[in-house]
Design a protein around this ligand. Structure first.
Ligand code: ZN
Length: 321
């Protein structure tokens, strides 16, 4: 990821979106102000003066003649699909509560090839995933794991055949009335529910970039022994919500369970089930939107910026992932 200068995020409804983006040039000029909020800067010599070589985002530095494409180093690199179609898909993925169906978008965007739309959606998901990796969980964190896949139940502690084990964590904070509210959330596919795997997840979500100290202050789980082991290892207080019946999990760990059941519904719904290989991308997409649920109409602009901050992934890389 490159050093970022963030634009001032613009609010955009579906109506204003359509008013603003009528031609390809409109999309390119919005991409320009989003990628370079302070104007053009040559990546070679830092020159600020340029010639515009084409209306499709090609610029040439006046100082050193270096040519810069506005889409290089972004998910739009070498795309043959019009930006307008990309923008529409980004808008829908940023704002739809349940995620978009590829078949539906294929019709709406008038793209003949299913794989083209599928690949675009995965590139956007990658941008979401990279962006969300910057969100850390602090304070009290509710944590639990769940099996994703077919409906037969598997043994705890390991993924059953054809299923994936997912750890979900939600940070909690207290409002003025002292009521607990969910903050950020993360969900990761893990090998098993061993202490080592849980420790990896906690370190990934609870270590800020440059510091060596974990910022999670307490974990709350159903008391599964791996959580107790990790809490001791990392020296984090651990509160056990003791369950008499498994059905009670949603009462004592309400937010984690709400997120798990919503995620399962989304995956069964518009996506009609996803392969184990790509499950993590869908989990990241769902958490990305959950973590930005209070930003309202800035959703499109924020996601567009995330798409500009991330190197692309090719369809070959996606297939062999
Ligand atoms: Zn230059």
């Amino acid at each position: 990821m490159r050093k970022e200068v963030r634009p001032e995020y613009k609010e955009m409804s579906w109506i204003t979106f359509h008013k603003k983006f009528r031609r390809e040039e409109d999309c390119y000029s919005f991409l320009y102000t989003t990628r370079w909020p302070n104007g053009f800067e040559c990546p070679k010599c830092k020159g600020r003066e340029f010639w515009k070589i084409s209306t499709r985002g090609l610029y040439k530095c006046r100082m050193c003649n270096y040519q810069v494409s506005i889409t290089s180093g972004t998910i739009f690199h070498k795309t043959r699909t019009p930006l307008m179609k990309w923008f529409m898909l980004i808008f829908r993925m940023a704002t739809s509560k349940t995620g978009v169906s590829i078949n539906e978008m294929k019709r709406e965007l008038e793209i003949k090839d299913y794989k083209t739309v599928w690949t675009m959606a995965h590139k956007i998901r990658k941008a979401m995933q990279d962006r969300d990796a910057q969100y850390k969980l602090a304070g009290l964190v509710e944590i639990d794991e769940s099996l994703f896949g077919s409906s037969t139940s598997g043994k705890r502690g390991r993924g059953a055949q054809g299923k994936s084990l997912v750890i979900v964590a939600v940070s909690m904070w207290k409002d003025k009335k002292g009521e607990e509210k969910p903050g950020f959330a993360h969900a990761f596919v893990v090998e098993d529910a061993s202490a080592d795997e849980i420790e990896k997840v906690l370190k990934r979500i609870g270590y800020p970039d440059k510091e060596s100290e974990i910022i999670i202050e307490e974990i709350r789980s159903d008391g599964w022994r791996s959580y107790q082991t990790v809490a001791k290892r990392l020296d984090i207080p651990h509160s056990r919500a003791v369950l008499t019946k498994p059905e009670d999990a949603s009462k004592v760990l309400p937010w984690v369970h709400k997120l798990i059941s919503n995620t399962k519904a989304v995956i069964k719904g518009p996506h009609r089930g996803v392969s184990q290989k790509h499950l993590q991308s869908y989990l990241s997409e769902i958490c990305y939107r959950f973590n930005r649920r209070f930003w309202g109409n800035e959703g499109f602009h924020r996601l567009l910026f995330a798409c500009l901050m991330t190197e692309t992934i090719t369809s070959e890389q996606l297939m062999t992932k």
